[in-house]
Design a protein around this ligand. Structure first.
Ligand code: HEC
Length: 133
């Protein structure tokens, strides 16, 4: 009896295993295409993205929608086409260092550099990343 149950269980597992493989096959095949669609980020851009998305660092997603960012807030504008909107990198850096200069004292965005939330090097990397958006 025990061996019969074991035989059924084993064959059941084999069926599940085979079905699982069959189901996962198409998504496997789709992966290289998806990876090819998104251009690879440089090391600095990748680090900038991590700083921007990290809740304990830039936490930009708390207020800004950013491509591929999960659960963004909508207090600030969507961060998109940044290179076109800020052709001068320094202007973009300055907005993040201290947004009060551009938007006035009442701006909700924290002055990331002026309040020592992020270092100059970290903001440089965030700017490099934003330029890919
Ligand atoms: C607490 C909310 C908040 C956080 C956190 C925040 N921002 Fe902002 N940000 C804003 C708001 C609000 C504005 C728009 C100010 C205005 O238009 O008056 C803004 C504006 C900007 C702008 C200018 C956009 C434009 O259209 O000119 C940039 C760039 C920007 N933020 C980048 C960032 C980055 C990068 C981070 C993370 C390092 C960040 N922000 C974190 C609220 C935030």
């Amino acid at each position: 009896m025990t061996s019969l149950i074991r035989a059924i269980t084993v064959s059941g597992a084999a069926v599940l295993f085979t079905t699982g493989l069959a189901l996962s096959a198409p998504s496997f095949a789709a992966e290289p295409a998806a990876a090819a669609a998104a251009p690879a980020l440089t090391k600095d851009q990748e680090e900038g993205k991590e700083i921007a998305f990290n809740k304990a660092q830039g936490n930009c997603l708390a207020c800004h929608a950013i491509s591929n960012g999960q659960l963004p807030g909508n207090i600030g504008p969507m961060l998109i086409a940044m290179k076109a909107r800020y052709p001068n990198k320094e202007d973009l850096f300055n907005v993040i260092w201290d947004p009060r200069k551009k938007f006035g004292r009442g701006v909700i965005m924290p002055p990331m550099g002026d309040h020592k939330i992020l270092t100059k090097e970290q903001i440089d990397k965030v700017v490099d990343y934003l330029y890919t958006l």
